[in-house]
Design a protein around this ligand. Structure first.
Ligand code: ZN
Length: 746
């Protein structure tokens, strides 16, 4: 490869990795000097490789509960019209030929797909007394597929409301809340007898008539937000969006979940109940509590929207599932239909986008789940999605052993802060569409660009046994932390762990009460010096006061960009960066700092034993997401490398924006590379794949482990490798949208 080609490749990949696609035209190779390009690259040498931990003891798959051996889930989501048009044999043949282990079949609760006798379980208008559900169950069973009985308890009709006005959700004026799209349907309240009586009656009717493997409710619990209802029951609860309401909500979700689970088991002890989840870090129910009960995490995370445009939306969800499920089953519902703010539920989406979502599902450790809606004309007027899904499923089936993860290998833990995500009030001046989502994408993008291996860590799972494997914990504005959680973080640091935290981390307790002082003030060496300061035109800067590894690579400037908002803190000894306060951006006559030099810290760094602690008073991760400014990225990378003592479990050398997962598997290890180097990484859907040039991987295996083969599962090639002592090195010659380097060891 000649020099010019190198440079072009670099420019293409670095432009595609910026959050704003609008930045692309400004990158003209002719106007960027070699020196500038060198400055844009991530500085420093390769990290120190830390050996992978000793391998887990083998587990015989037949000893696992059956859901843990499910690898492929199929769903043709049934419409009221399907009993008139769907070809059941064709439906069952399609999913069977695609190697689906289990299929969803609709019972529902809004419309019965069988001759239900449960009052208010209205028969679909094309059912005509037919047992459509039963016929589908029989067709699936005949082909050896398991069956999920799918219900939907979230909506019902006017006759049910007239007989049971207490079932309805109500607004503050007492009016019934209706479906936003079809006002013939009202929204049912989860705190009422609708959930205690009506849903169990349907479950028991199904158990009495059919042989199903488990039960599922769609449409409940809510995804990504908490309900707001003023019915007779709910008006006695604390106000929605308070910590007290969230506890009552979680209690009710668990009560119903366990009740339905017990009903599922009345017929078969290995049956179970599960419900709709998703919303990644902003899930409705508390995931620490729920995951102790759930055996199936249904991640309803079907595709990107213009509100949440990052290409890694599915693998982000997978990391959330890994954080709470402890190896139990999780599946990501991937829409084959066109998802998004503008959507077409009966039209196929771009194949490249659909495949990337499936890639991310596998890479992040979840099981494949492919979903289309409606079977007009037998099995869809648009059938283009079918080959995309069956080809993918059949490929994956050949590699089940390598694709099924046992544990994630990562040395950075990112605290996900579910209560902060749901309840935290962002700074009033932030002009955020979704403040904490922007924060999450900021740290996520940072870690991907730096090719770090990381896991999410739930705030209620900070016990030392879980988190001691991480060299560092990152707390990107984890504002809500209880005293106990703060103590767990102190214990982690005392045991040698490192921290990078930002902005209002630990400023609120678990009841959302604002503390007088940061909960982690002692640990981080900081002290609050006033209320949050936002940006009026031109954001603040950090002045470089002295050399430090976190400032490596910054030349020819004494100022660095700060962040949009900051929580001012008291001066510290020997600061590395100090705040140059913000000012107006217009008129330019006034665009200069009121004070060029202050003693307010823009970062606080501490070292204690083997631990390193870094605190940024600014919302730096989120500001990186909003701006794409390389200086913020470099500062964050340098800081993560500093707090981790520049240790890594795997090092991948090569160009491009990719997401990396390293899993221990039963045969060995699987290194997953997702290629996001694409103009549609942050907007719209992928339509074309831009392959990556060679990527060289280095990792240190545990003592006594030998490599028998390195197979590339997507390209179907076996590649050479070098094992010197315990250090393994191999090169993947090309990555299209996705590659899995599967190591077989002995
Ligand atoms: Zn209610």
């Amino acid at each position: 490869m000649d020099h010019m080609l190198n440079r072009r490749t670099f420019l293409k990949t670095s432009a595609a990795s910026l959050p704003l696609a609008a930045a692309i035209p400004t990158l003209n190779p002719g106007t960027i000097s070699t020196e500038t390009i060198a400055d844009r690259a991530i500085p420093g040498t390769a990290p120190k490789l830390i050996p992978l931990p000793a391998r887990l003891a083998p587990v015989e798959p037949s000893t696992l509960p059956w859901p843990q051996n499910v690898r492929r889930v199929g769903q043709s989501n049934m419409t009221e019209h399907d009993p008139a048009v769907m070809n059941i044999e064709e439906w069952a043949d399609y999913w069977h030929s695609a190697s689906a282990d289990i299929v969803f079949i609709s019972v529902t609760g809004i419309l019965a797909f069988y001759p239900s006798k449960v009052p208010f379980h209205r028969h679909g208008k094309f059912l005509n007394g037919r047992d459509f559900f039963g016929e589908c169950v029989a067709a699936a069973r005949k082909r050896g597929m398991r069956v999920v009985a799918r219900m939907s308890p979230d909506l019902n009709w006017g006759d049910a409301r007239d007989a049971h006005p207490e079932w309805a959700m109500r607004d503050a004026n007492g009016s019934v809340l209706l479906s936003g799209e079809d006002p013939r349907l009202f929204r049912t309240c989860m705190f009422t007898s609708y959930m205690d009586d009506y849903v169990p009656a349907i479950m028991r009717e199904i158990n009495s008539l059919y042989d199903v493997d488990c039960f599922y409710t769609n449409g409940w619990p809510p995804i990504g937000s908490l309900p707001s209802c003023h019915c007779a029951v709910c008006s006695k609860l604390p106000p929605s969006n308070t910590a007290a309401y969230w506890r009552a909500f979680n209690d009710r979700v668990l009560e119903l979940w366990q009740k339905y689970d017990a009903i599922a088991k009345e017929k078969k002890p290995d049956s179970f109940y599960f419900a709709n989840l998703g919303g990644n870090v902003r899930c409705g129910p508390n995931l620490d509590r729920l995951a102790k009960t759930a055996v199936w995490f249904q991640a309803d995370n079907q595709g990107r929207t213009s509100d949440d445009p990052a290409v890694w939306g599915c693998s982000l969800q997978g990391r959330v599932c890994s954080a709470v499920m402890d190896g139990k089953f999780a599946a990501n519902v991937s829409a084959a239909y066109s998802t998004g703010t503008v959507r077409w539920r009966n039209a196929s989406k771009n194949p490249a986008e659909a495949r990337m979502w499936l890639n991310e599902t596998l890479a992040s450790g979840m099981a494949l789940y492919y979903h289309f809606i409606g079977s007009e004309a037998g099995l869809g007027e648009d059938r283009r999605w079918q080959k995309v899904g069956s080809d993918y499923f059949q490929w994956a089936k050949k590699h089940d052993a390598h694709l099924k993860p046992r544990r994630s290998l990562a040395n950075v833990g990112v605290v996900m802060g579910q209560s902060t995500q749901l309840l935290y009030p962002p700074p009033a001046a932030a002009h955020a569409r979704d403040y904490m989502r922007e924060t999450t994408h900021g740290i996520y993008a940072t870690l991907l660009h730096g090719r770090f291996t990381f896991d999410f860590v739930h705030e209620d799972r900070l016990d030392l046994e879980r988190i001691s494997k991480y060299r560092a914990l990152l707390l990107p504005n984890i504002a809500v932390l209880s005293n106990r959680q703060c103590q767990q973080i102190r214990d982690y640091v005392r045991s040698g762990g490192s921290i990078m935290a930002s902005f209002e981390t630990s400023l609120y307790d678990e009841n959302l009460q604002r503390r007088q002082e940061f909960g982690l003030a002692d640990l981080l060496g900081i002290s609050k010096a006033g209320d949050v300061i936002g940006t009026n035109g031109n954001a603040y800067y950090g002045r470089m006061e002295r050399t430090h590894p976190i400032l490596d690579g910054f030349r020819n400037t004494s100022w660095l960009p700060g962040a949009q908002n900051r929580a001012p803190i008291q001066p510290v000894q020997d600061p590395v960066l100090t705040v140059v306060p913000g000012f107006v951006q217009y008129p330019p006559e006034l665009a200069y700092p009121p004070a060029s030099h202050t003693d307010e810290p823009a970062v606080v760094l501490r070292e204690a034993g083997g631990s390193r602690l870094a605190y940024f008073p600014g919302d730096i991760e989120r500001t990186f997401w909003l701006t794409g400014h390389d200086d913020l990225l470099r500062l964050l990378h340098n800081t993560i490398r500093w707090v981790t003592q520049d240790e890594a479990l795997v090092h991948i050398d090569g160009d491009g924006l990719l997401e990396l997962f390293v899993w221990e598997t039963t045969p060995g290890y699987a290194i997953h590379l997702l290629n996001y180097t694409n103009p549609n990484a942050h907007h719209g859907w992928l339509s074309t794949v831009y392959p990556l040039a060679p990527q060289t991987i280095r990792m240190t295996l545990p003592g006594g482990v030998n490599v028998k083969a390195v197979d590339l599962l997507r390209s179907g090639k076996t590649i050479p490798f070098r094992l010197e002592g315990s250090e393994l090195r191999f090169t993947i010659p090309r990555v299209d949208d996705y590659e899995v380097a599967a190591l077989t060891v002995s």
